[in-house]
Ligand binder design. Structure first.
Ligand code: CTP
Length: 408
């Protein structure tokens, strides 16, 4: 199963380090070449000799042990097809999330260009710690795959989430990543983000509180899963995928239309202003003697409705921001807009939605509710949304394949 593959295992200083001895045997049984790097603390839990015997390779610990004049961290990074760090302590998670390279393992991670799987294991309170959570979110954003710890009896004597996930799960995921292409490779996904800005004059504008975080999380997640991503955003961001910076609803409409024909999926996460100023003043508007003034607004195009009416192969997804009667309004809205999915979120709550890092949403299709997603960070919500959109499509594809091979 793993012939010709080199798996690089990084072990950090946690009690679950002893379990990795068995994992090495599992990979070896499938003919993988296994290389191991330990942090100095890992050796408090497992010996170098054991790991060397099981992997049948020299175990790397010291960054400055350069026997054949090749910088160790670069040669490890070049040689392996995948890197797995298990168990990963909160300390190493923090270092990787912040680009710190103070031992061989963290330096290799920094130089590693292929997939890296991170399997954390720690006390349940540490796993819940806000800084650890933030570092995990950062790692996901940077494209690392986290294999979440499991709930159970922990070595420290408490019960909770923090135990290294099962070796079978780590093994299966390694094989999957090594043998398959990324889930969304070959898909072009266009995502809009942020609130549009409608000028009044050169110094004033109408906008909304959208931070763009949900759209950006979707774009990061789709990119991480191999999609060809185009993010059309009113918010300034720097990423390794294509970003089209726009300002007004009309700019956004133009940008979406330009990408639409070649897109497989368009996700309208932006908060598009329904109206714009009819006559934008070229000069700064002066105060007058009137106590009241009015600005005339005209309707903006409804981009979501427009693209839903002309879609062919595209999957079109909208968002629905409501401050009351969330589900009734969402059900009505998806019928009116004609999109394939609508992600409904309640913007009246301060702990989710607009500027928050968290969200809680209900996914609907034209028939009704598909899935409710509990409150979670926006990246995890994005992952679930993409799973709903593409999980179904993959099932259809699998069925089609079975049918063409006569097994339907
Ligand atoms: N949308 C759009 N063009 C607009 C307004 C909204 O494409 N001119 C999209 C948004 O990007 C979102 C969806 O439509 O995906 C729903 O936006 P929302 O603000 O919830 O609804 P509206 O259509 O603006 O209706 P209302 O403000 O009355 O709730």
């Amino acid at each position: 199963m793993l012939s010709g593959k080199t798996i690089l295992i990084g072990i950090t200083g946690g009690i679950a380090a002893y379990k990795i001895c068995e994992l090495i045997r599992m990979y070896k049984r499938q003919n993988a070449n296994v290389r191991v790097i330990c942090t100095p603390n890992a050796l408090n839990f497992v010996t170098k000799l054991t790991l060397q015997n099981l992997s049948q390779n020299e175990v790397g610990i010291d960054e400055f042990n350069i026997p054949d004049y090749k910088p160790e961290h670069i040669s490890y990074a070049d040689e392996a097809d995948i890197m797995l760090i298990a168990p990963t302590t909160a300390n190493t998670i923090g270092k990787i999330a912040n680009g710190i390279c103070d031992n061989l393992l963290t330096s290799v991670v920094c130089a590693f260009k292929k997939p890296i799987l991170i399997a954390p294991a720690m006390n349940c309170n540490m796993w819940q710690n806000a800084a650890v959570k933030e570092n995990i979110a950062k790692l996901q954003k940077y494209g690392y795959e986290i294999i979440d710890p499991e709930a159970g009896f922990l070595a420290c004597g408490t019960e909770g989430v923090g135990r290294l996930c099962s070796l079978d799960k780590i093994f299966d995921r390694t094989v999957e990543v090594l043998n398959s292409k990324k889930k969304l490779s070959g898909k072009k996904i266009v995502i809009t983000a942020g609130g549009t800005i409608e000028d009044i004059d050169p110094v004033r504008y109408i906008s909304n509180y959208s931070s763009g975080k949900m759209g950006i999380a979707l774009a990061d997640c789709a990119f991480e899963q191999g999609a060809d991503v185009v993010l059309i955003s009113t918010v300034h961001v720097k990423r390794n995928y294509k970003i089209v910076k726009v300002k007004s609803a009309l700019d956004m409409q133009k940008a979406v239309n330009k990408e639409f024909e070649t897109a497989d999926c368009v996700i309208m996460a932006a908060a598009v202003a329904d109206y714009r100023v009819k006559n934008i003043s070229e000069q700064k508007m002066k105060k007058t003697s009137d106590d009241e003034i009015s600005i005339q607004l005209v309707k903006n195009p409804d981009i979501l409705k427009e693209i839903s009416s002309k879609k062919t192969i595209q999957t079109v997804v909208g968002f629905c921001a409501e401050s009351e009667n969330l589900l009734e309004n969402a059900k009505e809205k998806i019928l009116k807009k004609g999109c394939d999915y609508l992600i409904a979120n309640d913007i009246s709550r301060s702990d989710i939605g607009f500027s928050s890092d968290y969200n809680e949403v209900t996914i609907l299709n034209q028939k009704g509710i598909v899935k409710k997603l509990e409150r979670s960070d926006k990246y995890s919500i994005a992952k679930e949304i993409l799973e709903v959109i593409y999980g179904q499509e993959r099932n259809n594809e699998d069925n089609r394949e079975l049918c063409t091979s006569g097994i339907c």
